[in-house]
Design a protein around this ligand. Structure first.
Ligand code: AHR
Length: 337
């Protein structure tokens, strides 16, 4: 009997031990599940202008590719559909959501003081990407983007050389100017580049200034209308590729030739892959590059901030330009956007 009781006790102990072991195993599963749901992600709220151009689409893709869960981020992406009010709303929502960082691609330069101050008071660093803001520098951490005035100057310098090479340096030159969203840095600075050149070249004049909103559809519509009453143009200065596509379409409809072998010189900004293809085909004379791949650049700024180092205030991207006489298929093959 004594032996039986002893055996029962041993059995019970063994059962308890195996239960503890089983529970232990089961508990081991739990942390894995917790790891799945409670990853320590850095939350980034990104207010994007919209999707008006191929450049913008490439820019959004670059941000989405940089701020993935795999890279340790949760990206809250907001498309403002070209409206500054929507950008205000997005930023205020990011503040309520207590995101770790706010990234803003501002539609225009002005009107940001209040909302940036709110972010600062909430202790959320703001990084400005692409276009600039006309606000106190204390209200944002860093800006990364292009030298838009440099781009404009590259274009007009090229035009000066091109006209000289064609023996037209002294001739009257009429320029049709397709402008992007009014008040956007890309518009303001590329326009300033052209204005400087108009001032320094007495024989250059504006045929017209057309607002093309950075879209192919608007540029096509407005240029078609313009060409109904005036076809005396030598150059079209398009403040982005998509507007150049619209202009080329309108010129073709009006029976006006353009590009390498045509009557009208086409200058475009951005140099997205489809524009470079038009350049190689001789339809666009010059593509001035504006690089949209800002995702990794913004991520580097955030990494710097996370390691408690003050990042560089203004980061300019290196850019180049492509002439239809020298562009190659290899250059296009290397293009990722
Ligand atoms: O701010 C950059 C400009 O915005 C690009 O040139 C244009 O294509 C985009 O929409």
């Amino acid at each position: 009997m004594k032996n039986l009781r002893f055996s029962i006790r041993i059995l019970s102990i063994l059962m308890i031990l195996s239960m503890i072991m089983l529970t232990g195993c089961a508990q081991k599963e739990v942390p894995d599940e917790i790891d799945e749901t409670a990853k320590n992600l850095t939350v980034v709220g990104f207010s994007q202008v919209g999707s008006e151009s191929s450049w913008r689409v490439a820019n959004s893709e670059s941000m989405k590719a940089a701020f993935t869960e795999e890279n340790g981020y949760e990206l809250i992406f907001d498309d403002a559909k070209q409206k500054q009010e929507n950008q205000y709303k997005a930023i205020r929502t990011f503040i309520q959501q207590k995101v770790d960082f706010i990234v803003l691609a501002p539609i225009t330069e002005t009107g940001w003081d209040d909302v940036l101050l709110e972010a600062k008071e909430a202790g959320i660093p703001v990084i400005i990407v692409d276009r600039r803001v006309d606000a106190d520098e204390e209200l944002y951490t860093s800006w990364v983007g292009s030298d838009f005035l440099g781009e404009g100057r590259t274009a007009t310098k090229w035009l000066e050389t091109e006209l000289t090479n064609r023996g037209k340096a002294e001739e009257e030159i009429r320029i049709l100017h397709l402008q992007g969203t009014p008040g956007a840095t890309a518009q303001l600075m590329r326009t300033r580049g052209l204005e400087e050149a108009l001032e320094s070249h007495e024989n250059w004049s504006l045929a017209a200034l057309i607002e093309g909103e950075y879209t192919e559809a608007k540029a096509y519509e407005a240029t078609s209308e313009f060409l109904l009453t005036d076809t005396d143009i030598d150059v079209v200065y398009c403040e982005n590729d998509n507007m150049a596509f619209g202009v080329m379409h309108a010129l073709s409809d009006a029976g006006i030739s353009y590009g390498r072998d045509g009557e009208v010189i086409i200058i475009s900004f951005d140099a997205v892959r489809s524009a470079l293809e038009e350049c190689l085909a001789g339809h666009i004379n010059l593509c001035v590059e504006c690089n949209p791949l800002h995702g990794p650049r913004v991520a580097r700024i955030i990494d710097t901030l996370k390691s408690n180092v003050i990042p560089v205030k203004n980061v300019y991207v290196e850019e180049t330009s492509f002439d239809c006489m020298t562009i190659t298929q290899e250059i296009i093959d290397e293009r990722v956007y």
